[in-house]
Design a protein around this ligand. Structure first.
Ligand code: ZN
Length: 257
């Protein structure tokens, strides 16, 4: 892309379309729902309303949807791209469709249980950043238990404390941020990190935190497996000779050469 991309925003007139990527004009509307409301003795009348999922806006009886309030502020909207004519669906200021691609895909070597939590965090992100952060934290916990058997009975803060040197400072700091924000966001804290998670651009916080989980998988699982596979290609006799030499050098006093 040779021009700066403009992120989609609620009621934005022009931005880079989440469907086709083109910088294009957008036409906005409220998602409609057919609702029935009582009109006394004349029975039920039907009308279309902008759909709101705010608690108490509607009740559902059988197949009929009843509007409970006189006026409901719609929460669901669409924007149609003038370039590709596709619709983007919004719930408040958050894009629900198409799927948010800001969060990176799970590393192919991620263990199953951690992967399930990761995928759920990724899918949840467009509708609840709070839930996504809590799920990403749970994913981290599962992953660290998987890669280090000594972590089995430890809490997440204890696991991270004991793995600081192994993980390296950069990665450790990102994972600590993920642990803290995943925890604080469930306890109603409003510190700067939580505010950045809830209100900030996705790529400022989410991309590095989800990326950090993939980095551990690569560093602790994929990379050692790749190395081992390569090493196993060395003819056995040469491997053994090299290993014997390494053991000898390790136990010998410093060379005088
Ligand atoms: Zn488009």
């Amino acid at each position: 892309m040779n021009q700066m991309s403009i992120s989609p925003s609620l009621y934005g007139d022009r931005f880079n379309c989440p469907c086709c990527g083109a910088f294009s004009h957008q036409v906005w509307g409220d998602l409609q729902i057919d609702a029935k409301y009582s009109n006394g003795q004349r029975g039920f009348l039907s009308r279309s309303f902008g759909f709101s999922d705010v608690a108490g806006a509607f009740t559902v009886q059988g197949t009929a949807v009843h509007l409970d309030g006189d006026s409901v502020e719609p929460t669901w909207r669409y924007s149609i791209c003038s370039s590709c004519s596709e619709s983007t669906v919004w719930r408040g200021p958050v894009i629900v469709y198409p799927e948010d691609l800001t969060t990176p895909e799970a590393h192919p070597s991620m263990p199953l249980q951690a992967r399930e939590l990761y995928e759920e965090a990724r899918a949840t992100f467009p509708v609840s950043r709070r839930a996504a952060a809590a799920l990403a934290r749970a994913c981290l916990e599962s992953l660290l238990r998987d890669i280090e058997p000594a972590n089995k009975s430890k809490r997440l803060d204890e696991m991270l404390a004991s793995m600081k040197t192994r993980l390296g400072d950069d990665l450790w700091q990102l994972l600590t941020a993920l642990r803290v924000v995943g925890n604080d966001v469930l306890h109603g804290d409003r510190d700067d990190l939580v505010l950045l998670l809830l209100d900030g651009e996705a790529d400022v916080l989410i991309e590095p935190l989800f990326g950090a989980i993939n980095t551990i998988v690569d560093k602790e699982i994929a990379q050692p497996a790749r190395t081992q596979a390569l090493y196993d290609l060395i003819p056995q006799a040469k491997r053994q000779a090299a290993e014997a030499k390494a053991i000898k050098a390790d136990s010998a006093p410093l060379s005088e050469e």
